[in-house]
Design a protein around this ligand. Structure first.
Ligand SMILES: [Zn+2]
Length: 268
């Protein structure tokens, strides 16, 4: 397997996760699932990695999570603005964004999820990849790629296309798991966000920044938070809270969220 970021095929072992081998590119440090077999066609089936019912039954939970994300987006580009969510699933982020006053569109490669978003939630969702949607250049003020890059064969091609459909001062929003997180260091192959059966690429703050730099986007904000709120008794919750704070400060929280602005091409 070849590293999409630097095109090297030289790697060293990183972690074993179940039956999968994760390796680290010797040249650029990007981690990948060397034994990845799934392929993007997997999303076309009805299973959608067996989470179909969960996405629908936990709609309110997702909606509330995405309201938080939309509030963060609004800091960088407040509504009304044109927002595109790539890989929108059943459209919960679109619902939260529309409620906040954005003009929203989505793309989704799972036919059942796209149909659910259109029919049940009345969202403007195109079935297929972003490239297949053949959108006009400069059409959107915000493009969201939330937990998408780690799933696709070539994240660079996807970001380049996302940048093309962004307006000149548009904001790109990228969410990916952080393989350099404390949780991953602590749990190793048992860290829940590795999911090697679905995730080809495992980004760290360094490799995500390398990708954005290369395609010509300027970072405007970055955070790496923990996914889960502290639970358990007072002492345990306090310890978790301290660890979470440290993880955020060190950019070692589990979930990375990057806001970037498109660089104007006339510089180059
Ligand atoms: Zn590489």
């Amino acid at each position: 397997m070849i590293c999409f970021l630097c095109a090297s095929n030289d790697s060293r072992p990183f972690l074993k996760c179940g039956t999968h081998d994760l390796v680290q590119c010797s040249q650029c440090g990007l981690i990948r699932t060397e034994t990845f077999t799934c392929g993007e066609t997997a999303y076309e089936g009805g299973e959608y990695f067996n989470f179909k019912n969960q996405y629908v039954s936990r709609w309110n939970e997702f909606l509330s999570m995405f309201r938080t994300l939309v509030a963060k987006i609004a800091i960088h580009r407040p509504p009304p603005a044109r927002l595109l969510d790539v890989g929108t699933g059943v459209g919960a982020l679109l619902a939260a964004a529309r409620e906040a006053g954005y003009r929203v569109t989505g793309t989704e490669i799972s036919p059942w999820a796209a149909a659910f978003a259109r029919e049940e939630k009345k969202q403007a969702v195109m079935t297929g990849t972003l490239a297949e949607a053949s959108l006009k250049s400069g059409q959107y003020d915000v493009v969201v790629l939330n937990h998408v890059l780690e799933h696709v064969g070539n994240p660079r091609d996807l970001i380049v296309e996302a940048k093309r459909v962004l307006a000149d001062d548009g904001v790109l929003v990228i969410g990916v798991p952080n393989v350099a997180s404390l949780m991953c260091a602590l749990r190793g192959g048992r860290w829940v966000s590795l999911r090697p059966e679905e995730h080809i690429w495992h980004f760290s703050p360094a490799t995500l920044r390398a990708l954005l730099r290369e395609i010509g986007c300027n970072e405007v904000a970055f955070e790496a938070r923990e996914n889960h709120a502290p639970t358990g008794g007072r002492i345990k919750a306090l310890i978790i809270r301290v660890i979470n704070q440290a993880a955020v400060l060190l950019e070692r929280g589990e979930a990375m969220l990057m806001f970037a602005r498109k660089q104007m091409d006339h510089h180059s």
